[in-house]
Design a protein around this ligand. Structure first.
Ligand code: NAD
Length: 292
C-alpha cells in the first residue's frame, strides 16, 4: 500500500469553531495519518472548542476515521487573525473580556505560544473566512465590510505564513493548505459582502506565497471545496439552494461530503504531493468545469 504518513509532523490548524466545519474534519484526518495537532481558535470560541474536545456528549464526533482512535489536540491557542500584533487591536476589542482573558490573541502571540510548545511546525491549515456583510450583494457591500473580509479571509494567510515560515523551514516537506471556493473564480450570486474578492485574493496570494517560499521548500496549495452547510456557510442564507444546485449540475451528481475535503487536504499535506505547489485542487464533484 502507498503510505499517507504524517507521523511526527506538527499541524497548526486555524478555523476550528465547532465539530461541523472543514477545519475540524481536516484536523481529524491529518491526525489519522499521524500528525500532532495545535489549534488556533477565534478567542470567542476557545471555550466551545475546549468543551467539544472533552465533554462526553461530543465523544462520537472526536472519533478519528479509519479506526485510529480519538482526536488529541496538544494545545488550543486563542488567535484573532485580524491582528498581526496587539498594537493592531482596537480599544473596544482590548476591553472585551471574551478577548482579553486570553492575553496576546494576535498572530504574534500565537507564534510565541506555539514556539513555547514546539520548535517546529510542518503543516499550516488556513480555514478562516468572514465578512460582516455576507448577505449583501457586491453592489451593496460597504468599503469597511469589504476590507474586513479581505483582512480576515485573505491577508491572514500571508501574515500566518510570514510568521510561521521560520518554524517550517528545514523540515521535510513543510506545507500549507488554504480553503477556497469557486466564488473566487466565478460569479456566485449568493456570495456577497466582498467574500468573492477575498477568495480571488486568497488564491493569487497562495500562489505568490508558493513562489516566495518555494526557495525554503515550503509548499502552498488551495482546496476549493464545493458548498457545505458549515456554520459560516449557513450565514450566507441560501446554502441549501447552493448545495442542491451543485448536486444537480455536477458531473458527479451529488453533494460533496466534508470527509472528502478532509481526505484531499491530507493528501496535499503529505509527501505523496511533494511536487505539488501553487495549485487549486477542486473537491467539488467536478462542478467547476460546467458551463450551465
Ligand atoms: N462551507 C462551504 O460551503 C465552503 C466552501 C468552500 C470553502 N469554504 C471555506 O472553508 C473555510 C472554513 O469554513 P467552514 O465553511 O468550515 O465554516 P466554519 O464556520 O466552520 O469556519 C470558519 C472559521 O473562521 C473563523 N474565523 C472567522 N473570523 C476569524 C478571525 N478574525 N480570527 C480567527 N478565526 C476567525 C471562525 O471562528 C470559524 O471557525 C473558509 O475559508 C471557507 O470560506 C467553505
Amino acid at each position: 500500500m502507498i503510505p499517507l504518513d504524517l507521523s511526527g509532523k506538527v499541524a497548526l490548524v486555524t478555523g476550528v469553531g465547532d465539530n461541523v466545519g472543514f477545519a475540524w474534519h481536516i484536523a481529524k484526518y491529518l491526525q489519522a495519518a499521524g500528525a500532532r495537532l495545535i489549534f488556533a481558535v477565534h478567542p470567542r470560541l476557545v471555550s466551545i472548542v475546549e468543551s467539544i474536545l472533552t465533554r462526553d456528549a461530543d465523544a462520537e464526533s472526536r472519533l478519528l476515521p479509519y479506526g485510529t482512535g480519538s482526536i488529541q489536540v496538544e494545545k488550543v491557542f486563542a488567535c484573532d487573525v485580524s491582528f498581526d500584533s496587539m498594537a493592531d487591536v482596537d480599544a473596544k476589542t482590548r476591553e472585551d473580556k471574551r478577548f482579553n482573558k486570553h492575553g496576546d490573541f494576535s498572530i504574534a502571540g500565537l507564534a510565541a505560544n506555539v514556539k513555547a510548545h514546539t520548535p517546529h511546525v510542518d503543516i499550516v491549515i488556513h480555514a478562516v473566512a468572514f465578512s460582516p456583510e455576507i448577505k449583501n450583494r457586491m453592489v451593496e457591500t460597504s468599503r469597511s465590510a469589504y476590507l474586513t473580509a479581505l483582512s480576515i479571509s485573505s491577508y491572514s494567510l500571508t501574515a500566518l505564513l510570514r510568521t510561521f515560515a521560520p518554524l517550517m523551514e528545514g523540515r521535510p516537506d513543510p506545507n500549507a493548505v488554504a480553503l477556497t471556493y469557486l466564488g473566487g473564480d466565478r460569479v456566485v450570486p449568493h456570495y456577497g459582502g466582498g467574500m468573492s474578492t477575498a477568495k480571488a485574493a486568497l488564491q493569487i496570494d497562495a500562489q505568490q506565497l508558493a513562489s516566495n517560499l518555494g526557495g525554503k521548500k515550503i509548499r502552498v496549495n488551495l482546496v476549493s471545496a464545493g458548498p457545505y452547510a458549515s456554520r459560516a456557510a449557513r450565514a450566507i442564507g441560501d446554502i441549501n439552494d447552493m448545495i442542491n444546485h451543485a448536486a444537480a449540475k455536477s458531473p458527479l451528481p451529488r453533494a460533496i461530503e466534508v470527509e472528502e475535503v478532509a481526505n484531499a487536504t491530507a493528501f496535499l499535506c503529505s509527501p505523496l504531493a511533494s511536487a505539488i505547489t501553487a495549485q487549486i485542487l477542486y473537491v467539488d464533484c467536478g462542478y467547476n468545469v460546467m458551463g450551465v
